[in-house]
Design a protein around this ligand. Sequence first.
Ligand code: UT7
Length: 335
Amino acid sequence: MYNSRISGLGFYVPENVVTNDDLSKVMDTNDEWIQERTGIKERRHVVKGTDTTTSMGVKAAQKAIERAGIAKEEIDFIVFATLSPDYYFPGPGVLVQRDLGLDTVGALDIRNQCSGFVYGISVADQYIKSGMYKNVLVIGSELHSHGLDMTTRGRGVSVIFGDGAGAAVLTREEDSSKGILSTHLHSEGQHAEELSLIAPGMGKRWVTDIIEDNDPEDTSYFPYMNGQFVFKNAVVRFSEVIMEGLQKNALSPQNIDMLIPHQANLRISQFIQKKFGLGDDQVFNNIMKYGNTTAASIPIALTEAWEEGKIKEGDLVVLAAFGSGFTWGSVIIRW
Ligand code: UT7
C-alpha cells in the first residue's frame, strides 16, 4: 500500500477587498461587533461578471500543479468541494476538467460545506493508497457574496462569509512514515437545518415556488445559521476529531507543529488553541483577512502557512473542520 502526500498548494482570492466599515454602509453593523465576535477585519467579494467558483478554483489549481512540479496531464482525478457551484448541475469538477484542458479524467463533486476539503483530501488519499491514482487534484472554492442577504436582516450571516479558492495536489508517496497518516470523517444530519440553504431545492421549495410567491419577506434562498448552536457544537466536535486523529497515531496535542483549523470564527480557533495548550506558532489563522470561505478556508490557510515558511519537512500538520450537515473531520499529516 502507498501513502499520499501534499506535493503542491495554491490559492486565489479576488482582488476586491470588503472591510467591516464597507458593510456598515449597507447594513446596521459595525467594525467593533464583527471583530469582537468573529475576529474578521475584511473579506474578498467577487465583482459580478468576473470570477466564478470554478474560475477561482482553476487559478488555485494551476498554482498547486505548478508547485507540485508535474504537468497538468499527470493529474489522474479531480475532486471539487463547494457549496456555491456555478450551476445547479453539472458540478464544477467537470468545468475544471474542461477549463484546465485535461484529458477525460474523472471529476467528483463534494457537498460537505465547511468540511468539504477535508472530505476531499480523504477521498483522494484513499484513491492513492489503493494504487488506483498517482496524482489527485483537490479543490475547495466558494463564491458566497452573490448569494448573501446584504441587508440588516441577514447581518448575522452575511458579515462572516467571503469568497476564494484553495487547491492541493496529492501525490503517491512510497515512504509510509510520510504524508497523510490518517483521515477521520463524521456527520450528524439531525442538525441539517441549523446551518442550511433550503431553496432552491427539490425537497421543499423550487425556483418556481419562489417566483410564484413573489414574497419580499422570503428568506428561504439565503443561508440560515443558528449561530450560537453551531458555535457550541463546533468547539466540541473540533476538539473530539483532533483528539481522535492524534490518538489513532499515538500522538498528543504537544506533538502538533501546525494546526490549520477551518476558519469559521477566530473565537473557535482560540478556544481550541487554549484547550490543547498550543502556542501561537502552532495554530494558523487568517480569517481576519478573508472571513469564512467554507470549503476554501483550509486550503487557503494551509497554502499561506506554507508560503510563510511555517510548515517544514517532518512537521506534524493537523487539519480540522466543522460545519453544515453537521459534518466534521480531521487530517493528520507528517509533512
Ligand atoms: O463555518 C461553519 C461553522 N460556522 C460557525 O462555526 C459559526 C458559529 N457561530 C458564530 O460564529 C457566532 O454565533 C456568530 C458570529 C455567527 C454570531 O455571534 P453571537 O455572539 O452568537 O451573536 P448572536 O447571533 O447571539 O447575536 C447577538 C446580537 C443580537 O442582537 P440582540 O438580539 O442581542 O439585540 C444580534 O441581532 O448581535 C446582533 N447581531 C449583530 N450586530 C451587529 C447579529 N449580527 C450582527 C452584526 N452586526 N453583523
